[in-house]
Ligand binder design. Structure first.
Ligand code: HEM
Ligand SMILES: CC(C)=CCC/C(C)=C/CC/C(C)=C/COP(=O)(O)OP(=O)(O)O
Length: 310
């Protein structure tokens, strides 16, 4: 009896997963989570120069990525009604009913519990706790409340997305290092120009569903000024790892060149009427973040690379 029940349950589930694995993958916002995992890995490697922290790199990044994927899936569930009305998001798995909400609940729970469990059991309780806070911060505080409450939603909510390099660092050391807060700060200040550039382009979408994004509440021009303001702040903040001695001149030079290009986009968005600029700036924001974290890593490891080559 119990055998036949389990067989009747397992086969449809297997078929469902084979048909819909791409939809479940999409629920995790894989592009965003991949960049977050990269910043976490840089945090791990920068925290332990000269030695490879294998356990953190494997289990730590897996745990952080699973928890972030869980938070993203919860965001899809909470937002499915408005996502179904916006052009950019209306083809997502939940609004199109390719995945049903109860299945998404099970999926997000499995990811969240396994991610936090891995961090707690194999990394350390502090990393598990801070990752849990980030999950709650994005999935519930940002998505359920801030997103619908204030145009400063992404400034405050950005703290959850900025956590990964600090989580990576903590996964290696077991404590919060002041230098890891610098990496947190860089992503925190990067988030507004990253997102507002896209929000300028998608203003009508957000207005239609009454989400008070800055371009909806304060207009296009005011948002462009804010993008420039945060980009200037970002260039200043990105120099801090050099100021504190965490990195050297290679990082500083790379960060200033990338910052210069980002500033160019910020100014161009104010002085030019080219409608393609906001999305170009959004695209560049991703290249920018990837690049400065990669350069930071290179700068930090160059002495060891030289040593290995000599
Ligand atoms: C509150 C904070 C953030 C907001 C509101 C935000 C918003 C967005 C939005 C609306 C998109 C477009 C997604 C789409 O095309 O459907 C996007 C894409 C992206 N974001 Fe963010 N973002 C935030 C933080 C972050 C963080 C912290 C990272 C990485 C460290 C990140 C990395 C990316 C990447 C890589 C993409 C491109 C994804 C793809 O094309 O698959 N974002 N973001
Ligand atoms: C545990 C941990 C590190 C958590 C990180 C959480 C996480 C995945 C943050 C992503 C930030 C993001 C893409 C916000 C966009 O949400 P949105 O609802 O404004 O955008 P959308 O309309 O594209 O869904």
């Amino acid at each position: 009896m119990s055998r036949s029940i389990s067989i009747t349950w397992i086969e449809p589930a297997r078929q469902h997963l084979i048909r819909h694995w791409r939809d479940y993958y999409e629920l995790c916002k894989p592009g965003v989570v991949a960049l977050m995992a990269f910043t976490a890995i840089v945090g791990m490697l920068v925290a332990s120069p000269g030695e490879v922290p294998w356990r953190a790199l494997t289990l730590g990044s897996l745990g952080i990525a699973l928890a972030a994927g869980s938070a993203a899936a919860i965001n899809h569930m909470v937002d499915q009604r408005i996502d179904g009305q916006m052009w950019r998001t209306k083809r997502r798995p939940l609004p199109t009913a390719r995945i049903r909400t109860p299945h998404a609940v099970v999926f997000a729970s499995l990811l969240g519990v396994s991610g936090l469990g891995i961090l707690y059991l194999f990394i350390n309780p502090l990393t598990a706790f801070l990752t849990f806070l980030s999950l709650i911060g994005y999935a519930f505080i940002y998505t359920l409340y801030l997103k619908r409450a204030t145009p400063q939603n992404i400034v405050i909510g950005g703290a959850a997305g900025a956590a990964p390099p600090m989580l990576g660092w903590t996964a290696v050391t077991g404590s919060i290092d002041p230098n890891s807060l610098l990496l947190f700060l860089i992503i925190f200040v990067w988030t507004p120009p990253h997102f507002w550039a896209l929000a300028i382009h998608r203003r009508e979408d957000y207005a239609k569903v009454n989400i008070p994004m800055l371009p909806v509440t304060h207009g296009d021009r005011y948002t462009r000024w804010n993008v420039l303001f945060y980009t200037i702040l970002l260039v200043a903040v990105s120099a801090l790892p050099f100021v504190t001695g965490l990195s050297g001149l290679i990082y500083l030079t790379g960060a200033m060149i990338m910052g210069g290009i980002y500033l160019y986009y910020g100014v161009a968005m104010l002085v030019s009427s080219d409608k393609s600029l906001p999305m170009k700036s959004f695209g560049f924001s991703i290249i920018y973040l990837m690049a400065i974290f990669a350069i930071l890593l290179f700068d930090r490891y160059l002495p060891y690379i030289k040593l290995a080559l000599s």
